[in-house]
Design a protein around this ligand. Sequence first.
Ligand SMILES: [Zn+2]
Ligand SMILES: [Zn+2]
Length: 328
Amino acid sequence: MIIKDTNNNDKQKILTNKKRKKNNQYSFDEISLKQNNLKVKNDENLINKERKNNINLNQVNNKNCLDNSRLIITGDYHTHTIYSHGKGDIIDNANFAKEKNLKQLAITDHGFSHLLYGVKREKLSEIKEKIKLAEKQTNLKIYLGVEANFTSCQGDVDVNLEDLKILDILLVGHHRMVKSRLIDKLKLFIPNMIFKNKAYKKLKERNTETVLKAMEKYPIDILTHLNYEMPLDINQIAKKAFETGTYIEINDKKMYFTEEEIKTLIENNVMFILDSDAHKPEHVGIVPNSLQVVEKFNIPIKNIANINKLPVFKKFRKIKNNYEQIDL
Ligand SMILES: [Zn+2]
Ligand SMILES: [Zn+2]
């Protein structure tokens, strides 16, 4: 009953917003107030859903969320450096993150199998050392990650067990130009390259199977730029993301969700994360497009892992598949 009411309420909000947007732009504070008003109902909704799913209720902190009146991005968990396709070194990304008042940062260069930009496995320890130094200099928490690639239709991803011991977080996304077997080139990479964002039914099903299998096989923290040149059945992905406690990225450069898909993700109670995907240090922590998406599609703030709170990644959780958060 409550779920139904909330959905109607959301629909009314979207309609009202459409009318209002014709005449004026929202200010930053207006957006957050609007989000917080929605929160009361949505938090009830979340609690009911979480009860149903036996999720730890300590993760939900209504009070903190309701007291906040501004949207504060706390961390950027998808940034590149000279170790793959980025322009700056680790300390440069860290300095800009500090300048943007972030509390946390992740260095997530392209996965090892990327034919053009893949980070070298043997460089991981060097990167880790530089992260330690940058943490000391900036006082930020900096995670070591990679943006790994899907490499096969069987949901393989280009990290191994040894890599996972070294890495703090694991991002996975679809990229072309990845080392793969001929069969996967024919079934996955080439058709998606040809049909890009307009895959036919069979290809969309295969893409979805690939991502679902990867989510079962690997402790994926964040799925990056979903749907980009690899269209998916977002309903199935949303269910698996909630079940596995995987964050869904709203990438500031590549946002390929429809309004309907965003609604599906919200209804399934997934947690989103806003990332810059910065390839230049000066872009770290800058996510204007992602914030616009939050406003446009009325994404509840409680469902965003890095606004007014900090995400907890799988390696650091009590229960790996349950979303956890640190309230600020
Ligand atoms: Zn990417
Ligand atoms: Zn990236």
